[in-house]
Design a binder for this molecule. Structure first.
Ligand code: HEM
Length: 148
C-alpha cells in the first residue's frame, strides 16, 4: 500500500510538472514563432482546456496520496522535508486555483470575443504563474530529498 501511494504520488507529479515544462519550453515558443495571434491564442486555449482537467486530477491525487504517506507516520514524526512539501504543495494548489479562475477564465472570454491583445495578456499571466509553480514543484521535490 505505501508503494502504491508513492507510485501514484510520483506519477501525478510527473504528469503535472512534465505538462508545464512542455507547454512553457516547447509549445509556447513554437506557437509564438509560427502562428499569428488569431491562430495562436485559440490553440493555447484549446490545449489548456484539455490539460487543466488533468491538473485537477493530479492535485487530488497528490493531496490524497501525500496526506496518506504523511499521516501514516504522523505529523509529529515526519521529517522537516515532508512538512515543507505539504506547505509548498498547498501553495502550488492555490497558485493553480488562481490561475484557473482568474486569467484562464479571462483568456476564454477574450478568445470567444476575438479580443487578441487581451488574450495575449492573459496567456502571459498564465505563463508567469506556471513558471512559479514549476519552480515551487522543484523546491518541493528538493525538500523531500535534502531535508529528511
Ligand atoms: C500538499 C500535498 C503533498 C503532500 C502531503 C506530500 C507528501 C509527500 C510525502 C510524505 C512524501 C515522502 C514519501 C517518502 O519518501 O516515502 C512525498 C514524496 C514526493 N512528493 Fe509529495 N506531497 C505533496 C505534494 C507534492 C507536489 C505538489 C509535488 C510535485 C508536483 C510532489 C512531488 C513528490 C515527489 C516527486 C516525491 C518523491 C520523492 C522521493 O522519491 O523521495 N508532492 N510527498
Amino acid at each position: 500500500m505505501p508503494s502504491l501511494m508513492k507510485f501514484l504520488h510520483l506519477a501525478a507529479a510527473i504528469v503535472w510538472l512534465g505538462g508545464i515544462s512542455f507547454m512553457l519550453l516547447a509549445l509556447r515558443p513554437a506557437a509564438a514563432e509560427l502562428l499569428a495571434p488569431t491562430q495562436r491564442l485559440p490553440l493555447i486555449a484549446g490545449v489548456l482546456k484539455r490539460f487543466f482537467p488533468l491538473v485537477w486530477l493530479t492535485i487530488g491525487l497528490l493531496l490524497l496520496t501525500g496526506l496518506a504517506m504523511l499521516l501514516a507516520v504522523g505529523m509529529k514524526n515526519a521529517p522537516p522535508g515532508w512538512h515543507l512539501m505539504f506547505g509548498i504543495g498547498l501553495l502550488m494548489f492555490a497558485v493553480f486555483g488562481h490561475l484557473y479562475f482568474v486569467p484562464y477564465r479571462r483568456l476564454k472570454r477574450a478568445v470567444a470575443a476575438a479580443d487578441w491583445p487581451e488574450g495575449g495578456r492573459r496567456v502571459a499571466q498564465i505563463a508567469m504563474l506556471a513558471w512559479v509553480n514549476l519552480l515551487l514543484g522543484g523546491l518541493a521535490i528538493a525538500a523531500v530529498i535534502f531535508f529528511v
